[in-house]
Each structure stands twice: as C-alpha cells, then as structure tokens.
Design a protein around this ligand. Structure first.
Ligand SMILES: Nc1nc2c(c(=O)[nH]1)N[C@H]1C(S)=C(S)[C@@H](COP(=O)(O)OP(=O)(O)OC[C@H]3O[C@@H](n4cnc5c(=O)[nH]c(N)nc54)[C@H](O)[C@@H]3O)O[C@H]1N2
Ligand SMILES: Nc1nc2c(c(=O)[nH]1)N[C@H]1C(S)=C(S)[C@@H](COP(=O)(O)OP(=O)(O)OC[C@H]3O[C@@H](n4cnc5c(=O)[nH]c(N)nc54)[C@H](O)[C@@H]3O)O[C@H]1N2
Ligand code: SF4
Ligand SMILES: [Mo]
Length: 693
C-alpha cells in the first residue's frame, strides 16, 4: 500500500488506478454522517455511507452521495479574485491580500474597526478551524457588526434557553434509550436531517422511536416526517404555542402535575398556570384549526407518557410566534419533568467542552448595543439581525463586510435592496468554494478548501445529538491555490494588524502555523491527538442526565420569563380569515439552501384545493406570489398535503428568490429574527405570454 501511494505521488498511471477507501464524515449539513470516500490519487471517485459509523450506520442522503461530484465540480473556485465589473481579475493570493489590506486600512483609518462586519454562513460552520478563526477574527476586531444565519433560523432558541435557563447553550436532544413520546414541530428531519441538533439516518430512528411510543408531528403540511409518524396535527402556521399552552392547562386542570415537585425545580408555576388559562379547548380549536378530538388525544398521550420530547425546527422558529412556541414547548417539558431526565430530553455537555464539569453555565450575552438602524431590537447572542445588513451599509456605518461561506442574496429578506447595498459597499470579501450571487458582487473573493480537502473535528459538539467527537484527516490534499480558510482569515487579520490566532498562551504566525497548531489552540491540550489515536472517533457515553438543573441560576428553571410573558399578552387568539393566505417555508432533498447537489428539483408553490378553486388556479398554473415588496413567479401544485390558507415555497432559488418578496423590517424585538414563515401573501395569475416572445 505504501509503495502504491508513493507511486501515486509520482503520478504513475498504474498507481492512479489503485483506489483507497478513506473514512471521514460528511460536512454538508448538521447530521455529519459517516462516509467512506474512494480515492484514486487526488481524485475522489465516490462517497459512500460508512456502515460502521455508530450513528448514521451507513446512511447517506442524495447530497452526501453527490459529495465527490460537488468536490470536483468545474465551477470550484481557486486562488483569489479582486475587483468588480470590468475591473474584476484573477490575481495571486498575495496580491489579493495586499489589495484588501490597503482598502481595509484606509476604511479603518477613517471609520475605525467597528465599521468592519462579518457574516457567518452555513457553508463554513462545519469548517472547524475556519469557523474558529472567523469567530476569533470578529472578537479581535471588537466590532458590533456581527451577523450570521442564526437570526434567520435559530435565535429564538438561544433566546428562550437564556431566559429559562440563564444560558444560551442548552439544546435539548431526544432520548433514544428510554424516550416514550416524541413530538416534531415545524421540523422535517426526513428531508433536513435536523435543525439545531443533528438527525442522521432519520427513517430508521423514526421507526425506532415509534417502537418506544407514539410519534406526533405538528406541521401545516403532510411532510415526509408526518407520513412516518403515528399522528399528524395539521395546524395553522404560527399557532404551535397555543397547542402546548393548552396541554399545560389541561395537565394542571386534570391534577396531573405534582405541584410541590414542580415548585422545587422551577419558579413561576402559579403564574404559568394562570397565563395558560385562556387556552381552553374551544379557543385553541378555533385558533389552530385542529379538531378538538385531536387536541384531546394529544393531551391524553402526554399525560399517559408522563415525560416527552419536543423537537422544534425552522417552521416554528421562523414564524412570528417563534419565541412563544419555543417557550411553551420548554415550559411543557419542565412541567412534565422531562428536561434532564431519562425518558424526556437531555443536554449534551460536549466531549471537549464538558459543561457538566463547570460550576455554572456560560451566561447570556448582553442585549446592548441595539442596532443603530433599529434601536427597538435587542442584540441577541452577540449578533445583530442579518436582515439589517443593507440598512447598516446604507447608513454608512458598515463599510467592509467579510462573508464566510454564505450566499446573502438568496438567504436574507429584501434581497433586491441587499444586493444593491452589497454592490455599493466599499469592501465585500467572500470566502467560498464556488461562485454565487454574492461573490458576483464582491470586491475580493478567496477560494477555500472543500470539506474533503481539510481535516476537521465536530465544530459545535454540544449541539450534537450524541456524546461523541470525530476527527477526520483531509481526504485529498488541498491544492496550494486553496489555502486553509483559517489561514486566509489570519492573513486578512494580519493585513490590518489584527492578530487572529492568539490566546492567553501565545499567538500563531499565519504563514508558519499548521492545522495541527490551530487544532491545539481550539482544543487545548492533546485532545486531537487522543482522537487520532482512537481512529478518529470518541464516544463519551449515552445520554447525559441530571447535570443541568444544579447549574441553573438558583437551581431552578424560570417558567415565566417576563419578556416572554409580555409578548404572549400581546398575542390575540383570533382565527385568521378564510381568504387570508400565508407563505411558509420547506426544504428539498437534493439542495442545501442555495446549493444544488443534484439537478431535477424545481420550486413549486403547494396550495390546498379549496384555495386553488377559490382563486381559480389549476395544477401547474404559473402564479405570481405578491407582497408589498415585490413578486415572484412559481408554478402551483394543487395538493391535499397542505392546510388551507397556507402556500409552501422553497427559498434559495436564484430565479424565484422568495427573499425578494419578504420584508426585512419585520423583526422580533428580543431575538432579532426576521419573519420567514406565516407571511401574508396574495396570489395572482400570470398571463400567458404570446408565442415566440
Ligand atoms: N425565505 C427564506 N429564507 C431563508 C430560509 C428559509 O427557509 N426561507 N432559510 C434560512 C436558513 S435556515 C439559512 S441557514 C440560510 C442559509 O443561507 P447561507 O448560509 O447563505 O447558505 P447557503 O445558501 O447554503 O450558502 C452557503 C455557501 O457556502 C458555500 N460553501 C459550501 N461549502 C463550503 C466550505 O466548505 N467552505 C466555505 N467557505 N464555503 C462553503 C456554498 O458554496 C454557498 O455559497 O438561509 C436562510 N434564508
Ligand atoms: N435537504 C436539505 N437539508 C437541509 C437544508 C436544505 O436546504 N435541504 N437546509 C439545512 C438548514 S440551513 C436548516 S436550518 C435545516 C432546517 O431543517 P427543518 O427545520 O427541518 O426545515 P424544513 O425541512 O423546512 O421543515 C420545516 C417545516 O416547518 C413547517 N412549518 C412552516 N411553518 C410552520 C409553523 O408555523 N408551525 C409548524 N409547526 N410548522 C411549520 C413546514 O411546512 C416544514 O415542513 O435543514 C438543513 N438541512
Ligand atoms: S444528511 Fe446528507 S448532507 Fe447531511 S451529513 Fe448526512 S449525507 Fe451529508
Ligand atoms: Mo439554517
């Protein structure tokens, strides 16, 4: 084998035909499925599922199976590019850094480091070292202009964890050993493989969950996950919180809550009880559109199971009632003593982080400073709303933006306005693997290695659904014109005298450092060496229970945070009018947001037959979906699989970019999240264009 590899290095034809299987894990989405890559020389011939991976067990989705093709795509970026429009040219990496250093230095001289911003996109989250460097870079700048996809898909969760547990870092996981009742809310793991926590091998794990007890799915659409569940509650969008509030009300009313025990583990039980009083069956039935028998069946199931697990996803977190949905789900789990207990949900303390060895958990980032363009919106999780990037650019405060693996133009609402602002900002740097609508507007583009060209560990280990760590070598070496992302970030810093790779033990030279040096900074001590010694994978154990409560402020969950109670008191439980139509999101199997891993999927607006008939649409008709901001054209699919009054559209398409019609200003004042679900729209027919035009 060793000889073959040496021969392969020399490029011998015979040696190039010798293939080698290398174990790794897929870093396209949060599931991190185990893979076996078949490699010939520097070519990845195929990527298969790793049958021996303890959690994905050989499973691979169509995106993972296309990973080799994506890696070798002719559209892959290399080297560096500078300039816009006619000035655009490929230059050496050194030239690009020198040009960028000049441009940024003059901005900093005039406006300070605070005029530089960063956007952390989905594409770079799994680059453990690149992401580490990007976060350190933002910290070292000391800028307030920090943005990420979290204010598009997840900050409601961070907020509620902070409010109820005093720490933003808790992400509940289902108990796959002794869990009984499992509830999916606005999440479709069969397609998405998880939102805040991973969900690899979804179909087998769903079957296993049904073997332990009933599985409920709450979704306005009959999703792939709903089809595999025991019960589907097809509720109206943005009404989730009312279902959980109702269950809490009924459990109290039935005497099914041990109130003495509850008072010991949580504060605010009496207040919660009175808050949920208005969620009676008649009100909730009318509000959610769910039949009363279904609601009763759900309450019965919760009471019978005693403990339960609720997994929420983007459907609920992108809606205008995201905070309330998350809060009521957590409150129900606290009331039923499900958190931190076998049979309920557990929290991952991490393999390296080991939060279970801390005396107290990391506290919440301050709400201040609020974004100057929207002083009514709090800073949450140390970030400003991504939705405000265009406003901050227009105000002249944000003058240079560095994007780490994101396509802002398809990800963020009011895309037209954002694209115009990005075309004008003095410096727009993008670190990516391919060109997209955002690199098109950039002043500086740097190619980064793809997932298969870099060593990694699990970046966000405490959001993993299992207690494990995984190290992988690069499957194939990155060519010199795709330097490590961490190195590019460190060089950008060095160009403006900002030391990125520094901690209290010292600093690394961006040119001389190796990935191992950066690993040693990320995971102090010999953590990564230990991982390597065990073949890359370390399993710390099964679910970790009974470690969170003693670390909560005063040892208790806060059942009724004031700010959330205020938001709830403002919500009216009025059913929507029958003619009102709202837009909701969904995801497709072969895409990852904007990125297409296999061709063949198109955008379609799913519409209930009753809405289609009322509006005079037939299946396949091209319609215009309109808001006050703009319109997009999408063919309708008339289907019983969606509730009346909702239209489901996919984001991330360049030609029917739903973010060109969504309003960037509808922000949650606590989380900074913009509303991407349950958005009122109108549908109008598109006149057939004359033949030949
Ligand atoms: N209306 C509406 N808008 C939405 C959503 C919605 O449901 N509805 N969903 C939202 C959600 S959940 C999210 S997370 C955002 C997603 O928004 P983005 O974070 O912009 O995600 P992608 O479109 O997947 O773009 C990721 C980019 O990373 C690049 N990339 C891939 N691999 C790598 C790598 O290894 N290194 C680097 N440096 N780059 C890489 C890809 O080429 C791509 O350009 O969109 C949000 N926008
Ligand atoms: N194949 C594939 N996988 C992906 C992605 C992808 O684009 N493609 N994107 C990745 C990213 S960035 C993320 S964040 C995750 C997201 O992962 P998920 O959160 O699972 O996202 P979706 O699959 O869109 O599922 C959201 C569901 O919410 C429903 N919904 C909409 N509004 C509401 C509501 O108000 N209440 C309730 N209860 N349901 C509602 C929708 O009908 C939809 O079925 O997926 C990741 N994985
Ligand atoms: S679900 Fe698909 S994209 Fe996500 S990690 Fe697994 S194989 Fe990769
Ligand atoms: Mo996301």
């Amino acid at each position: 084998m060793h000889d073959d590899r040496a021969a392969a290095d020399r490029g011998d034809r015979t040696a190039a035909e010798v293939s080698e299987a290398k174990r790794s894990f897929c870093r396209i989405c949060v599931a991190l499925c185990g893979i076996e890559a078949e490699v010939e020389g520097d070519t990845v011939v195929a990527v298969r599922g790793d049958d021996e991976h303890p959690f994905s067990k050989g499973y691979l989705c169509p995106k993972g199976r296309a990973a080799a093709t994506a890696h070798h795509a002719p559209s892959r970026l290399s080297g560096a590019r500078i300039g816009r429009g006619a000035q655009r040219r490929q230059v050496t990496i050194e030239e690009a850094h020198a040009d960028l250093a000049d441009a940024m230095s003059s901005i900093i001289a005039e406006y300070g480091l605070g005029s530089i911003g960063v956007f952390h996109g989905t594409g770079a989250f799994a680059d453990s070292l690149g992401n580490f460097a990007a976060r350190k870079f933002a910290k070292a700048l000391g800028t307030n202009q920090v943005y990420s996809t979290a204010t598009l898909d997840a900050m409601a969760k961070t907020l509620v964890a902070g409010e109820m547990a005093g720490t933003p870092l808790l992400m509940p996981n289902i108990d796959e050993e002794s869990g009984r009742l499992l509830v999916f809310v606005g999440i479709n793991p069969v397609v998405s493989h998880g939102h805040a926590t991973m969900f690899p091998d979804p179909i087998s794990r769903l079957r296993a969950a049904r073997g332990r007890g009933p599985v409920f799915t709450l979704d306005p659409r009959v999703t792939e996950t709903a089809r595999l569940s025991d019960h589907h509650l097809a509720l109206r969008p943005a009404t989730d919180f009312a279902v959980f509030a109702h269950v809490i009300r009924e459990l109290f009313a039935r005497g099914a809550v041990d109130e003495i025990e509850l008072a010991a583990r949580a504060s605010g039980a009496d207040r919660l009880r009175s808050i949920v009083e208005r969620f009676d069956i008649a009100t909730v039935t009318a509000f959610t559109g769910l039949p009363s028998e279904q609601l009763k069946q759900f309450v019965d199931a919760v009471q019978e199971a005693g403990r339960l697990a609720i997994l929420t996803g983007t459907g609920s977190s992108m809606s205008p009632t995201a905070n309330l949905g998350e809060w009521m789900a957590w409150a129900l789990m606290v009331v039923t003593d499900s958190f931190d207990r076998p049979g309920g949900m557990w929290f991952n303390p991490g393999v390296f982080s080991r939060f279970d060895r801390f005396e107290t958990l990391p506290s919440v980032a301050p709400d201040e400073p609020a974004p100057p363009t929207r002083p009514d919106v709090a800073r949450c999780g140390g970030e400003w709303p991504a939705s405000l990037i265009s406003d901050e650019i227009e105000s002249g405060r944000l003058r240079a933006l560095i994007v780490f693996g994101g396509n802002l133009v398809t990800a963020i609402p009011d895309a037209g306005r954002l694209a115009a602002a990005l075309a004008e900002i003095e410096v727009l740097v993008v670190l990516d693997v391919v060109d997209n609508a955002t690199t098109d507007l950039a002043t500086h583009v740097f190619a980064t290695p793809s997932q298969l060209e870099r060593p990694d560990i699990i970046s966000l280990e405490t959001t993993a659904a299992f207690r494990y760590q995984h190290y992988t070598d690069a499957i194939v070496p990155a060519p010199p014109d795709r330097p490590e992302m961490w190195r590019t970030v460190a060089r950008i810093g060095a160009g403006i005298d900002v030391e990125v790779l520094r901690n209290r033990y010292g600093a690394l030279d961006p040119e001389a450092a190796t990935s191992d040096d950066v690993f040693a900074m990320l995971v102090r001590g010999d953590g990564v060496a230990r991982l390597r010694d065990t073949g890359g994978l370390v399993i710390e154990g099964g679910p970790a229970y009974d470690w969170v409560r003693s670390r909560l402020p005063n040892g208790r969950w806060n059942l009724v945070p004031d700010r959330l109670a205020d938001q709830l008191s403002e919500v009216e439980l009025e059913p929507r009018s029958i003619d009102e139509l709202v837009l909701i999101p969904r995801r497709l199997v072969k895409r990852m947001n904007w990125q297409v891993f296999r061709e063949g999927e198109t955008n379609e607006a799913l519409l209930h037959p009753s809405d289609a008939t009322r509006m005079g649409f037939a299946d396949g008709d091209l319609v215009e979906i309109r808001t006050a901001i703009g319109e997009i054209r999408v063919p309708v699919r008339v289907t019983n699989s969606i509730v009346a009054g909702s239209v489901s559209v996919v984001h991330g398409f360049d030609d029917s970019n739903v973010n060109t019609i969504l309003d960037r200003t509808v922000l949650d004042r606590l989380s900074g999240m913009v509303q991407l679900s349950a958005v009122p729209v109108t549908l109008v027919p598109v006149p057939l264009s004359p033949r030949g035009s």
